[in-house]
Design a protein around this ligand. Structure first.
Ligand code: TYD
Length: 208
């Protein structure tokens, strides 16, 4: 597969979608073929799974069920969206991927790393990203920027202690996977963060 697989991680409100949009605009101007996609979701079946996972009414969903649904959405999304684009030689910009499961279901919900690695082994063994960009901003600052949580979103409702655990989880993951995940300080303006991301991707030889 010739295309590069770039994934974005961070807490709610870290500005992933804005940064993905700015990078996509840059790539379009530079004539780089790419797609923008997201997890959970991206294709018809994974978007249907997304609606189940995030449905605010499903408060009885177990943590294991949640983790399995994310893993199921991921496999389908790889098959119908990510892998075909990589095979066409296109760059894939994906909003969240495997490290979201480690951070949210692992550190946030407390599920074991072994369980998460097992249910995600299809993705881990075959399709690890070329680079993962972690947009580093604490949940408190991010929520302030975003003006609070979405009351219809099951994960956003989870409370500040949960989101703090997720954030700390990401800090552990940065230490555990120094080759795969790069932290991007996003305390400045969105344009400053975009410049940092471009510089980083140039250093890695992913863009010119
Ligand atoms: P979304 O509205 O896309 O949130 P954000 O804009 O912050 O990315 O919803 C995705 C939610 O799913 C988000 O709260 C993080 C969560 N998530 C997991 O818990 N595990 C996962 O593996 C993935 C991909 C997402």
């Amino acid at each position: 597969m010739n295309g590069k697989f770039i994934t974005f991680e961070g807490c709610e409100g870290a500005g992933k979608s804005t940064q993905i949009r700015l990078l996509s605009e840059y790539l379009r101007r530079a004539g780089v073929a790419h797609i923008v996609t997201r997890e959970p979701g991206g294709g018809e079946i994974s978007e249907a799974i997304r609606r189940v996972i995030l449905n605010g009414k499903f408060t009885a969903m177990t943590d294991e069920c949640e983790a399995l649904l994310y893993a199921a959405a991921r496999v389908q999304h790889l098959a119908d969206t990510v892998v075909p684009a990589l095979e066409r030689g296109e760059m894939v910009l994906c909003d969240r991927y495997i490290f979201s499961s480690f951070a949210y279901q692992g550190f946030g919900r407390g599920l074991s790393e072994i369980f998460l690695r097992n249910i995600n082994s299809y993705a881990i063994e075959r399709f690890m990203p070329d680079i993962t960009l972690f947009l580093n901003i604490s949940p408190a600052c991010a929520f302030e920027r975003k003006h609070g949580a979405d009351q219809n979103d099951r994960i956003e409702q989870a409370g500040s202690a949960f989101h703090q655990k997720v954030y700390e989880g990401y800090q552990h993951l940065l230490e555990e996977y120094p080759e795969q995940i790069v932290s991007v300080d996003c305390s400045g303006t969105k344009y400053e963060t975009n410049e940092k991301i471009l510089a980083l991707l140039r250093r890695r030889g992913i863009i010119e």
